[in-house]
Design a binder for this molecule. Structure first.
Ligand code: GDP
Length: 296
């Protein structure tokens, strides 16, 4: 449908072959191309503006390296700048010095929160040999606690026994006690989803956070929801303070712009990426891949 950004930039700049240095005007032409392409890739406008300014600064006055074409050079500048803004490789989940490490999973309903909690539990068990306890604090949706129990079985990790009628704060207290008493390395708290930002549920989340004092507070966000995911990330970060983001549905055709915007808006790293419905479809975040996805 759209010609990709890399080839568009290459074309614009290769008209400038033979010049020694990239001028302000040459760079300006390319910046317009970059702007359109980033917007098409679902990057938020303020982020696009900052990005373009950053690239402009790097590109103006750059010597056109003889061995590569000017177009390729600008593509490289854009690519490297994207990578830099997306954050470092290996920004992984941190485990506490003394167990249990407590992780709070937050997000909107349908974002993939429960699935991601189970995926993360499985990953910590299988890859890091950790003893993991999953607990659902979702008393809003009747089947939610049971859903997590089933997923925990599939992930081959323990789940907190369900006690009907308990409220999230009580469940949290029981989960913390169980994790400490039974020597779990990691406790993952799956909170109630919400259809949209909801004051009552946000307040509940703050209470749970204050009690649990999580080492990681992860927002689970659906990459396919683009700008909505960015707004969600901003608000959750302001209200409960995030340590990172799990970006789901990256197996779909999301362009990756949401990742860049979320990182920019919250300053928090994307730590993990959901690549499918199966429990092993969770990967570390590779800025390189997202940068390429935005560019290609
Ligand atoms: P929650 O309401 O946020 O807890 O969402 P769920 O964990 O119940 O997930 C909602 C749906 O999204 C389920 O059908 C999941 O299998 C699916 N899902 C979750 N993560 C991914 C992902 O990374 N890729 C795809 N394709 N589907 C996912």
């Amino acid at each position: 449908m759209f010609e990709n950004l890399s080839s568009r930039l290459t074309k614009v700049f290769d008209r400038l072959k033979g010049r020694g240095v990239l001028s302000e005007e040459d760079v300006g032409t390319a910046m317009r191309e970059i702007r359109v392409a980033l917007l098409e890739a679902d990057v938020a406008l303020p982020v696009v503006k900052d990005f373009v300014a950053g690239v402009r600064e790097k590109a103006v006055g750059q010597e056109v390296v003889k061995s590569i074409s000017p177009g390729q050079m600008v593509v490289k500048i854009v690519h490297d700048h994207l990578k830099e803004l997306l954050g470092g490789e290996g920004d992984e989940i941190r485990l506490a010095g003394s167990p249990p490490t407590v992780m709070l999973m937050a997000g909107l309903q349908g974002s993939g929160k429960t699935t991601s909690s189970a995926k993360l539990a499985r990953r910590l068990r299988a890859r890091d040999r950790k003893k993991v306890l999953l607990a659902s604090l979702d008393v809003q949706r009747p089947a939610a606690q049971h859903q997590l129990e089933v997923l925990a079985q599939q992930a081959e990790v323990a789940s907190l026994p369900i006690v009907q009628g308990q409220q999230p704060v009580e469940i949290t207290r029981r989960a913390l006690d169980t994790a400490r008493r039974e020597g779990f390395d990691v406790l993952i708290l799956d909170t109630a989803g919400r259809l949209s930002i909801d004051e009552a549920l946000m307040g509940e989340l703050v209470q749970v956070r204050d009690l649990a004092q999580p080492h990681e507070t992860l927002l689970v966000a659906d990459a396919l929801t683009g700008q909505d995911a960015v707004n969600t990330a901003r608000i959750f970060n302001e209200r409960i303070g995030l340590t990172g983001i799990v970006l789901t549905r990256m197996d779909g055709d999301a362009r990756g712009g949401a990742a860049l915007s979320m990182r920019h808006v919250t300053g928090r790293p994307i730590k993990l990426v959901g690549m499918g419905e199966k429990l092993d479809a969770l990967e570390a975040f590779h800025p390189e891949r997202i940068a390429s996805r935005i560019l290609d």
